[in-house]
Structures are given as C-alpha cells and as structure tokens.
Design a binder for this molecule. Structure first.
Ligand code: HEM
Length: 501
C-alpha cells in the first residue's frame, strides 16, 4: 500500500479569511506552499484512506490522499475535518459568537484592493449599511423570487448536459464542469437576458483579482491605476445595463416591470416609493452581483461536486435520489461542507460561555500550539502565541466542528447515511442549532442558502435524469479545505447515459 504523506504549511490566519482567500485561490492559481504537493501525489501510487492530521504545531498538517476504488463504499469520510478534538467545541459558545447579541464579534475589515473587488457589499460591511443590503438580499432570495430564477438555473444545466452529449470520452472532471455551471447560473440569475454582458463583468473581476493577489505583499502604483480603471469599467457596465433596463420597462408597459433577476429586483428597490426602503445608485453598485458571484460560485460548485461524488460511490442512492434529493444534499453538506470555517474580529475583551464558568473560556484564545490550554470552538489566529483574552483578535469558528461528533450523529458518524435527515435537520440534530452549520448561523449567515440548495437540487436531479455515473479509475480522493472544500484532483467520474424508454 503506497501510503503517502504530504506536509504543508498554512500561512497565518489569512487561511481562514473566507472571501479573501477565496479570491486568492480562485483567480491567481496560487494554491498553497509548497506547490509540489500535487505532482508528488500523482507520482506516487496513492492508496489507503485519506486523513488530515493536526500535530502539536499549528503550522503543520499532514494529508494523505488515496485512490478509493478498491472499495469505495467503505470509504470513511472522516478525512476532511480538523481533528481538533470535536468534543471541546462548545455549542453555547458558537451560538454566542454567531448571534453576536452584544455586537462583539464582527466580520473582518478588508483592505482597499478587496474593496474594489467586492465593493462595500453585504458580505463585508457592518452596521446600518449592512442591514439595508441584507434586507434587500433577503428579498432577492425569498421563495417567490427564487421561483422566478428556476428557469435560468434549468437553462444553464441544460446547456451543460448538451455539452456532455458530444464528448468523445465518457469521463469528465465534474468539479471543473460545475465551476463553469455555477458561474453561468449566477450570471443568468443576476442579469437575465443580459447574462453575456454579465460574463464580461466577471471576466473583468478575474483580471482585478489577479492584480489584488499581486498586491498582497507589494503595492504597485501601476496596479492601482489599472484596478481603478477596471473598477470604473465594471461600474459603468452595470449602470448602463441598469439604464437600458429602466428604458425598456418604460417603453414596454406590458412587461413584468424591471424583471425578476437580481438586476430587476435592485431596480425595483431603487424606484421604491418608500424612501426608507429605496436604495441609492451607490448602494446598488455595492449590492451588485459581484458579491453574489464571489460568495455563491465556488461554494455551490463544491456542494454539487461532493453530492455527485457520494452518489457515484453509493450508486444505489442514485435511484432513491431521483425521488428524494434534500436529505442527500444535507448529508453531503455534513460530510463535505463547502465552507469549513469563518473568521470574526473580536471588538473588546469578552468572556464566552457565560453559562459555563470553566477557566479560560475566552473567545480569543487557543491555537493549535497551545493544545494544553483552553480548547474551544473559537480558534485564535496562529500568530497570537499567548493564551490571551485581548480585544481586536481574529478568531476562527470552525463550522464543521460538530459534523463528526458521534454524540450528535451516532457511531456511524463517518458514513454516508442520508436517511439521518429523513425527518429534517431539527430531528436529525435533536434540535441542537449549532450541530449542523453549513451556512453558519445568526444575522450573518448565508443569504444565498436557499438559492444554493435549489441550484444543487436542480443540477443533480437533471444529471440523474440523463445519466448513471461511477467514479473514474483515475479519481484520487483528496478533499482539501482551502477556501471551499475542494477535491484537490477534481472529481473524475464516468457517465453512462440512461436509455429512457
Ligand atoms: C452550498 C453553497 C454555499 C455555502 C455552503 C455557503 C456558506 C456561507 C457561509 C458559511 C456564510 C457565512 C460567512 C460568515 O459568517 O462570515 C455565507 C455568507 C454569505 N453567502 Fe453563502 N454559501 C453558499 C452559497 C451562496 C450563494 C449561492 C450565494 C449567493 C448567490 C451566497 C451569498 C452569500 C452572502 C452574500 C453572504 C454574506 C452574508 C452577510 O454577511 O450578511 N452564498 N455563505
């Protein structure tokens, strides 16, 4: 058995900055150091179960990748989680942090470059501005609006399936396919019929992200100028689209007003008679789909990928899935949560676990290298060596900390068993609200969660209507929780068209 171990080093707390690091990875092709991991893995006949270990030292993590095909059904899905003693994660503390009742735990502030990319958008702002944007976004993802987006989702999946028909080989890398799919879906749902123009905006965003990555360490004036121009270009494109849509709505009184895509919904809010609810052009620009694109593109690609992965192993569930998708999606999000951890900045010295007077239960403490001291859900950034309770520290909440807790899920916790969710999430978790947090919790939880689940549901159901699939012999199992939980070597599956009678 050619077991193989890879050691790599996490950069400091930056690894936990969900959105920021998402961009670094997505656009710059900078994965991690040392980059040799990939080629080394391929060059070894990687076998055996995959595990991730934290050692005494925070900066050292060992991965083992595996070719699971010898007995895929026996694969334990334990591999993907930080194995930092799950029982020490206090549910109460996670609850306190995410609900943030006293305003102590804030989203991180981002620098000027990231601001150009994301705007002062919903994912990054705080206070009143965030509140306005959140209210609008909640509306955009409300069930009624979601219904209006379903045709766009179906059209994108149909395009993908059409492409698959003409492939010479029956083998595809589903992860790459789903990244294209989710990008297409966001573009269509954001801009409706103008989605090609939307794709152009996203291409510009990618160029901007490259500049931003270049400037993580070094600020260059030429890059400042270029990124200003790109930002201006995006802004103008959006304003032009907005104007054209306004004109069309005035000309064509019989149409459905501004439309039901994000662009239309924002225009409605821009023209709202109620001045409290009205949004300015400035807000409009910040709310724009840039944020949704960044937040909702790879996360959903990851969710669809792992759902398909589990179905490719458990082919008996493909039939059942044709009837019942939700519990499979829930189980996939439990075993392979796209977002593993989220950071918060602590405003002032704070004591967590108010109902629980153990020593050392501060939000701002612990690191992997202080294993003997105060192990909590709230992992402090690695560069705060002291076990301390200072304000202005970063903490990282590991959303998946309870996903593999046998006290919650039972001894078969590492197995794929969608039937756990047969009576819904509340029943499966015995009403423990912090036991299962794929979309986080509290006011800053994922605004696109319904959209993401709908998208995953439609995409997987449509694939299942046309194909049976299994893992390709070339698949190597190596889930890596970078920004989203990615299959490091893609998800290579074999498609078998269904002959529908
Ligand atoms: C399976 C797919 C997805 C997962 C697992 C996921 C997960 C998350 C999580 C954990 C957060 C909380 C981050 C934090 O607390 O700092 C979040 C926030 C957010 N997500 Fe998602 N997400 C997904 C898909 C989407 C989609 C499709 C969209 C939009 C199109 C979206 C838009 C957002 C936005 C705007 C926020 C920030 C909300 C705020 O700060 O008020 N997400 N997401």
């Amino acid at each position: 058995m050619g077991m193989f171990e890879v050691i790599f080093y996490l950069s400091s707390c930056g690894v936990c900055l969900f959105f920021l690091s998402f961009l670094i990875k997505l656009f710059s092709k900078v994965w991690w150091t040392p980059i040799r991991i990939q080629s080394m893995m391929r060059s070894q006949g990687i076998q055996g179960p995959a595990y991730r270990f934290y050692h005494g030292n925070a900066k050292e993590i060992i991965y083992r990748a595996t070719n699971v095909l010898s007995n895929p059904k026996k694969l334990s899905h334990q591999n993907v989680f930080p194995t930092v003693l799950p029982h020490i994660y206090s549910w109460l503390k996670l609850y306190e942090i995410f609900n943030n009742k006293d305003g102590e735990f804030l989203k991180l502030e981002i620098d000027k470059y990231y601001k150009k990319l994301l705007g002062d958008g919903i994912a990054t702002t705080r206070g009143d501005k965030w509140f306005t944007l959140r209210r609008l976004s909640n509306h955009a993802f409300h069930a009624e609006c979601l219904k209006g987006m379903i045709p766009a989702i179906i059209a994108s999946v149909e395009m993908m399936l059409e492409r698959w028909k003409y492939r010479d080989s029956k083998e595809i890398d589903a992860f790459q396919e789903f990244k294209v799919l989710t990008s297409e879906i966001i573009s269509r749902t954001a801009f409706g019929s103008s989605y090609l123009e939307g794709q152009h905006i996203f291409d510009t965003l990618i160029r901007m992200a490259v500049i931003i990555t270049r400037n993580i360490k070094l600020v260059k004036t030429t890059d400042d100028v270029e990124s200003d121009e790109l930002e201006k270009g995006i802004r103008n494109s959006i304003i032009n689209m907005m104007k054209r849509r306004e004109e069309a709505a005035i000309m064509d009184q019989s149409s459905d007003g501004f439309g039901s895509d994000f662009l239309g919904l924002q225009l409605k809010a821009h023209h709202d008679d109620n001045s409290d609810r009205r949004i300015s052009v400035e807000d409009f620009n910040h709310l724009d789909c840039k944020t949704f694109y960044v937040a909702g593109h790879e996360t959903t690609a990851s969710s669809i990928t792992w759902t398909l992965f589990l179905l490719a192993i458990h082919t008996d569930w493909q039939d059942k899935a044709r009837k019942e998708m939700n519990m499979i999606i829930n189980e996939a999000l439990r075993l392979y949560p796209p977002v593993v951890n989220v950071p918060r900045q602590v405003q002032r010295q704070v004591r967590l676990g108010k109902l629980n007077n153990n020593c050392c239960n501060y939000a701002t403490q612990i690191s992997y290298n202080h294993a003997n001291c105060c192990n909590y859900a709230t992992q402090i950034s690695y560069n705060h060596a002291n076990c301390c309770n200072y304000a202005n520290n970063f903490i990282t909440c590991i959303l998946s900390s309870n996903n593999h807790n046998p006290q919650i899920w039972g001894e078969d916790v590492h197995l794929f068993k969608p039937e756990r969710f047969v009576e819904g999430v509340a029943k499966a978790t015995n009403n423990n609200v912090t036991a299962y947090l794929p979309f986080s919790l509290g006011p800053r939880s994922c605004v696109g969660s319904n959209f993401a689940v709908t998208e995953t549901n439609i995409a997987v159901s449509m694939i299942l209507q046309h194909y049976q699939f299994t893992l390709s012999p070339t698949y190597v199992h190596s889930p890596v929780p970078l920004i989203t939980m990615c299959p490091q070597h893609g998800l290579r599956i074999m498609l078998q068209p269904l002959h529908l009678g």
